[in-house]
Design a binder for this molecule. Structure first.
Ligand code: AMP
Length: 116
């Protein structure tokens, strides 16, 4: 049978390693394997939603939880005061590579705007 788990579901299930920095009932946060800033974390819901445009009303609570969890992680990791950027890449033009919703948390340097 084809294994159609995303890489983030494999991390969630302990099938591939990741440096996990935060976990709660609904989400997991770990270091990006290819960091684009001194601190680059991925905040991933345990229940897979493919992307923002695949989310429905039933996912609203989970989406809110992820936003609040990003601030919890920022405080725990010490970059709440210095600041950070939250990025969601949605679809091909957004640069989405993994079809499992995730928030990029980028911190540790002054980020430019607009992004490339
Ligand atoms: P996106 O382009 O928004 O879908 O982001 C996918 C992200 O997942 C990229 O920043 C990758 O570097 C990251 N990534 C891919 N595989 C892994 C992995 N095994 N562990 C941690 N991060 C990963």
């Amino acid at each position: 049978m084809a294994d159609d788990k995303t890489i983030f579901e494999k991390i969630r299930d302990g099938e591939i390693p990741a440096e996990i920095v935060h976990e709660d009932e609904h989400c997991l946060c770990f270091r990006d394997i290819s960091p684009q800033a001194p601190t680059h974390l991925l905040l991933v819901p345990k229940r897979r939603v493919a992307r923002l445009t695949a989310a429905g009303q039933a996912d609203g609570e989970l989406l809110g939880h992820l936003m609040l969890a990003s601030a919890t992680v920022a405080r725990e990791q010490g970059f709440a005061e210095s600041g950070y950027r939250v990025v969601i890449n949605n679809g091909p033009d957004g640069g989405e590579e993994v079809p499992h919703l995730h928030l990029h948390l980028l911190a540790g340097r002054r980020l430019e705007w607009p992004p490339g």
